[in-house]
Design a protein around this ligand. Structure first.
Ligand SMILES: [Zn+2]
Length: 226
């Protein structure tokens, strides 16, 4: 089985992506970026952003939280408040979509990272690697990060790269099957305001091709966390 997850949305391709998923009868998990709903810098129209997120909820997709601002790990001291701010956006959307209240799945921006530090010592500086400082913050507020079995750098792809992306995703699912695992695919339907922009057309085409292939091979999809 494989689960599709989309981070950073909503964005310019979310509507097309929902069409592709609806046509294939597949449900996914959308880890929304609060800012891309409430401020919608990717389109300048928060009402449009909100209606896309509501459409996803009403079509049976799982709405998760990816924080409000997508801060980097070095801003770990702001994580708890930014997580709550993002969670409030998701809870409001769920309520508006008429869905029952319940735990909101969470995914850390950038996933779990190792942090490299230079530490002074009597014999000179040493380089040290430490665990992501955001994990203790998550522990303190009783939240867990939902990771993936692979991402595909889809934020770096050009519009015509959908074929190549589909091949990579299919190869990953085959690898998971060989290992007796299910696959959790990390993809993106928008951006964070970085130079990679917001347009993820290759992702939509890659998912369309993957779902065609999955149907041929009788691979089943599921949603995380359930
Ligand atoms: Zn992200």
């Amino acid at each position: 089985m494989f689960a599709l997850t989309f981070d950073d949305g909503p964005g310019p391709v979310t509507s097309d992506l929902l069409d592709v998923l609806q046509k294939a009868g597949v449900r996914a998990t959308f880890f929304l970026l609060g800012r891309n709903v409430e401020e919608a810098p990717w389109c300048g129209d928060p009402a449009k952003a909100r209606s896309l997120a509501l459409r996803a909820a009403r079509e049976g997709h799982v709405l998760g939280n990816h924080t409000y601002s997508h801060f980097r790990p070095d801003r770990w001291h702001e994580l708890a408040s930014d997580l709550r701010k993002g969670e409030a956006v998701v809870r409001a959307l769920r309520g508006e979509a008429g869905l029952p209240d319940g735990p909101v799945p969470f995914r850390l921006p950038y996933g779990v990272r190792l942090i490299e530090q230079t530490l002074p010592s009597p014999s000179g500086n040493i380089n040290a690697v430490s665990l992501d400082p955001r994990l203790p913050v998550l522990a303190s507020i009783g939240r867990a990060h939902l990771h993936w079995t692979s991402d595909f750098d889809d934020w770096t792809l050009r519009p015509g790269d959908g074929d190549a992306l589909a091949k990579k995703m299919i190869a990953h699912i085959e690898q998971c099957i060989a290992l007796g695992m299910d696959a959790v695919l990390d993809l993106h339907d928008s951006g964070t305001g970085s130079p990679s922009g917001y347009d993820r057309r290759a992702t939509v085409e890659g998912v369309r091709q993957l779902l065609d292939e999955a149907k041929r091979r009788k691979w089943k999809s599921y949603t995380i966390p359930t």
